[in-house]
Write a protein that binds this ligand. Structure first.
Ligand code: FAD
Ligand code: SIN
Length: 559
């Protein structure tokens, strides 16, 4: 086993991780250096695929104001957004976006060199910056990745998967164990600041816009290390993913296409959004998703359609070059053909509970980006607020860390030694083919913990999940990246189901068919390892009985 030490370790190389690495390197005194660990190639992430853009509440956009952005975010958040967090992120938007420009990031501008802003659902004004037309994620990630690669003070481990956090009995994180995907070797890395920027969980669902790495690793690692998790039932389903037969990792048709005027229609070309919400195609994402899904269920179809022809071929080609190209590759000319679309799992509003500095409930452990739950998004994220949150929180964690002495820990104790021992033991494990198990898990989650859920569907999912867990004979140590990812997916799936069972109301993206009303008194849900185990024991006793009748207090020590 190899050992090393760093002042700060960042796990993940999406926009949150890349920008945090650059900011920490620039602003903080690092006696032992900085390391960025990422489980595939540098920059491979959800971030890379972002399309619509990044909210920019910029001073030069006279039509906009932080008050308006705060109000839109809170309205979309369905009563669960934290006002202080929303204010902080909105008010820092101008400063941080201007700072990004210093790192080579560019956003699209008009002929007068002024930024162009697009409109997306539930925004009251045009405030979404974009880059490369509909390739915002690729453009921003590529610029930041370039700067990180050129920076000789940032060490980079690619193809390296973080597999367990080193947290001692005083609830302090002292580092992480990583697994080299290519050689199968483990390394213990000590640090007094471990920053999880590991992204979301879309791969838990049969249909998703997320690439294959979105397996909830950071959330699983933090949860297993004792961190408090928040709002894990709030999974956002994007309304319009390209619905091509057999394609389960689905290409996104950006909300900006609806922002520019495209209409949702059925196979005969009839519009239907007027039946669901007066804001029509630009109603909040959860509303549009449920409308589309209801139409699909009602008419027993696999998709509805998006009619973008009204935008005009010239504008479509200039504004949405990648969407036009992808559709054309599939025989769809978006300037005249209907685009088949259906909802797909897209974003995790919940995650590792943090404050605005990225601090989790475990000392020395930080989380930023989609892995974190700062309270910005509440029950339903406003479009393009995720990338803004990634950059503001990356900026802020660097700001916060510069006030702390960052040195690798001098001493480690028995608790940490025993964690390390598990990975140094030479035990023979036969490789498990996780591909079919992963398929099963994704179907279980789509059917039981998807767009519509109920006690019955969640209970069934939990039982099926238990069966699947018993087929997967691993607790800690696995032998491949795929196994580690699957181990983490099982953990996160359980958290999503348990939190969804707990929330006996409908709110934002969490729609319970058996509790369709919103409970005005409902607050955030929290989960810890202990509270989840307690709740599971109660549920197991009741397996044959009805889950109904459980009180919130049955959920254990929710923090
Ligand atoms: P990610 O970008 O997902 O990066 C996570 C990183 O962590 C990856 O590099 C991954 O390899 C690494 N990692 C994970 N686990 C481990 C591990 N165990 N060990 C080592 N490394 C690990 N949001 C917007 O605001 N605007 C948009 O226009 C937009 N469009 C989107 C379009 C698509 C198709 C998708 C999928 C999402 C979109 N989103 C958008 C959401 C947004 O892209 C993400 O929420 C955001 O990019 C998350 O960034 P992140 O840095 O937190 O995580
Ligand atoms: C999109 O372009 O529709 C995605 C925007 C987002 O997820 O915020």
């Amino acid at each position: 086993m190899k050992y090393s030490k760093y002042s700060a370790i960042i796990i993940g190389s999406g926009i949150a991780g890349l920008y945090a690495a650059l900011k920490i390197e620039r602003t903080t005194k690092l006696n032992d250096g900085i390391l960025l660990v990422t489980k595939s190639k540098l920059g491979e992430s959800n971030s890379y695929y972002a399309q619509g853009g990044m909210v920019g509440v910029l001073k030069e956009n006279k039509a906009d104001s932080t008050a308006s952005h705060i109000s839109d975010t809170i309205k979309a958040g369905a009563g669960l957004s934290e006002l202080n967090t929303v204010k902080f992120i909105s008010e820092n938007s101008d400063k941080v976006i201007k700072d990004l420009l210093n790192f080579g990031v560019e956003f699209d501008r008009d002929e007068d060199n002024k930024f162009t802003f697009t409109l997306e659902a539930a925004h009251s004004v045009r405030r979404v910056l974009h880059s490369g037309g509909d390739a915002t994620g690729r453009m921003v990630t590529t610029a930041l990745r370039q700067k990180v690669s050129e920076n000789s003070n940032i060490d980079i481990y690619e193809e390296t998967t973080a597999v367990e956090l080193l947290v001692d009995e005083t609830n302090e994180c002292k580092g992480v164990i990583v697994f080299n995907n290519l050689t199968g070797e483990y390394e213990v890395i000590y640090s007094s600041a471990v920053i999880l920027a590991t992204g979301g969980i879309g791969q838990l669902y049969k249909y998703t816009t997320n690439p294959s790495g979105a397996t909830g690793d950071g959330m699983s690692l933090a949860f297993n290390a004792g961190a408090v998790m928040q709002d894990m039932e709030f999974v956002q389903f994007h309304p319009t993913a390209l619905a091509i037969d057999g394609d389960e990792n689905r290409f996104l048709i950006s909300e900006a296409v609806r922002g520019e005027g495209a209409k949702l229609v059925d196979a005969s070309g009839a519009e239907f959004m007027y039946k669901y919400d007066e804001r029509l195609e630009l109603a909040p994402r959860d509303v549009v998703t449920r409308a589309i899904y209801s139409e699909m269920l009602k008419h027993h179809t696999d998709n509805v359609y998006l009619n973008a022809a009204c935008i005009g071929s010239e504008k479509l080609a200039a504004r949405f070059p990648n969407i036009s190209k992808k559709c054309l590759e599939n025989g769809i000319d978006i300037s005249k053909d209907f685009i088949p679309v259906a909802p797909a799992a897209h974003y995790m509003m919940g995650g590792i509970k943090t404050n605005i500095h990225g601090e989790t409930s475990v000392k020395g452990l930080y989380a930023i980006g989609e892995a974190a739950s700062t309270g910005l998004h509440g029950g339903n994220r406003l479009a393009s607020n995720s990338l803004l949150e990634c950059v503001v929180c990356a900026y802020e964690v660097a700001n916060y860390l510069k006030t702390l002495p960052l040195n690798a820990p001098k001493q480690i104790n028995e608790t940490i030694k025993s964690i390390i021992e598990k990975y140094s033991e030479e035990i023979y494990l036969e490789e498990i083919d996780v591909t079919s198990m992963k398929e099963k898990l994704k179907s279980i989650m789509w059917r039981g913990a998807g767009i519509f859920r109920s006690e019955e569907t969640l209970e069934n999912s939990l039982k099926e999940l238990e069966d699947l867990k018993s087929e997967f004979h691993r607790s800690d140590k696995c032998i491949s990246k795929q196994e580690y990812e699957f181990r983490n997916m099982l953990t996160v799936a359980e958290m999503v189901i348990m939190s969804a069972l707990k929330r006996k109301e409908s709110r934002g993206a969490h729609c319970r068919t058996d509790f369709s009303d919103t409970n005005e008194k409902a607050v955030h849900t929290s989960l810890t390892r202990t509270s989840l185990e307690d709740f599971k024991k109660i549920l197991k006793k009741q397996y044959s009985a009805n889950f109904a009748g459980f009180n919130d207090s049955d959920f254990g020590a929710a923090v």
